[in-house]
Design a protein around this ligand. Structure first.
Ligand code: PLP
Length: 387
């Protein structure tokens, strides 16, 4: 993180951190550097090339993300999965072992279930929030522990400080997918976690018009990760860097509204007799609310709920939404709704989904930044399908 930005608040970092000075025209934004060929020797004295992640637009946006995550180093890539897979590629080899929380984004589950074993990497799953169970899963060859909190789609919360303390004592790296929380609501590195990953496709960009990923960590770890990213090549184009940087400028503002709207929606659903269950860490009856309140500054824009009735009832609810659009993905300014069993977790076998607690009538909401009252009216109208 650049020196001056460490004194700024999060909103100021969103706007100013990393911005590349436009010395040619004096523009206030980082220019789009569209070249894939840069002169040698250039002004930096280094070979500059987009796949090496060192063109100015990539550096600018990576520095902004590092500043937001209180990290020494950041990097942006072409998808969240590229960021996630890069970590396993960088730190694990045949014969190694990793420990994953079992409640994870479906793509990460797929990577760990299908691809890591093919590379000779052993995977253990922990279906618990108890740090002792993560510790019990460790082996001499365990390289890293990978978790999400809040998790997708059941908003489970893990005590990051306790996890980091245990893992540090055992010499194991910890990785947190911070996509749902965003650096505005949670900074895992401050709690002792080693690496943060993001699907930047979601809140970081925030406008549902870009696929990208990011990771942030200390410089010594980045020295291992960056060369792997250069070799496998998931670089982010200068145009996409521009969009991501533009989106990030309003991240703090957007998250304040996402937090506020999601809390209102969760509270509304929690008191509605047409709803069986609500999953949102901001609700005081969430089993890990106290931990969430300790490690998060806001509870985020994501929540899940089960309307009373079966999957058919839930589908009728979904059909009645007008503002909540039935769509995959999340984290944009517009409200979205989806069935995890048909989208993020469609590739997870039904018996495994059932064990995870992801039922067929579970609806996940990505609560946008619209007027709260309009969202509540939309929910009320949709829930009439249950009676
Ligand atoms: C929590 C989480 N992590 C990672 C990903 C993967 O990100 P991407 O689709 O940008 O590769 C997703 C995608 O939905 C996600 O929800």
């Amino acid at each position: 993180m650049a020196k001056e930005s460490s004194n700024w608040g999060l909103s100021t970092r969103c706007v100013h951190a990393g911005t590349f000075e436009d010395t040619m025209a004096g523009g206030v934004n980082t220019p789009i550097f569209a070249s894939s060929a840069f002169q040698v020797p250039g002004p930096t004295g280094r070979v500059v090339y987009p796949r090496y992640q060192n063109i100015p637009g990539q550096v600018a946006v990576a520095q902004k993300i590092a500043a937001l995550e209180n990290a020494q180093a950041g990097i942006v890539v072409s998808s969240g999965m590229a960021a996630i897979s890069s970590i396993f590629l960088a730190f694990c080899q045949t014969g190694d072992h990793v420990v994953l929380q079992s409640d994870l984004y479906g793509g990460t589950l797929g990577l760990a279930q299908r691809d890591l074993p093919r590379r000779g990497i052993d995977v253990s799953w922990v279906d618990s929030h108890r740090i002792e169970e993560f510790e019990a899963a460790l082996r001499p060859k365990t390289r890293l522990i990978y978790v999400e909190t809040p998790s997708n789609p059941l908003m489970k919360i893990l005590d990051l400080e306790a996890l980091a303390r245990m893992a540090q004592a055992r010499g194991v790296l910890t990785v947190v997918d911070n996509t749902f929380a965003t650096p505005i609501n949670q900074n895992p590195l401050d709690l002792g976690i080693d690496i943060v990953v993001h699907s930047g496709t979601k809140y970081l960009n925030g406008h549902s018009d870009l696929c990208c990923g990011a990771l942030a960590c200390r410089s010594t770890l980045m020295e291992t990760i960056a060369p792997v990213i250069s070799l496998y090549g998931p670089s982010l184009s200068p145009y996409d860097c521009f969009l991501l940087e533009r989106g990030l400028k309003t991240l703090a503002l957007r998250m304040a509204r996402h937090n506020q709207n999601a809390m209102a929606v969760a509270s509304y659903l929690a008191q509605d007799s047409r709803v069986a269950r609500v999953y949102y860490p901001g609700l005081t009856d969430h089993p890990k609310h106290a931990i969430a309140a300790r490690q998060m500054r806001g509870f985020g824009g994501m929540l899940s709920f089960e309307p009373k009735g079966n999957a058919e009832t839930a589908h009728r609810v979904m059909e009645r939404f007008t503002l909540f659009k039935p769509a995959v993905s999340l984290g944009g300014v517009e409200s979205l709704a989806c069935f995890p069993v048909e989208t993020s977790h469609a590739s997870v076998p039904p018996n495994q989904r059932e064990k995870m607690g992801i039922r067929d009538n579970l609806i996940r909401l990505s609560v946008g930044i619209e007027d709260t009252e309009d969202l509540l009216k939309d929910l009320d109208r949709a829930l009439q399908a249950t009676v």
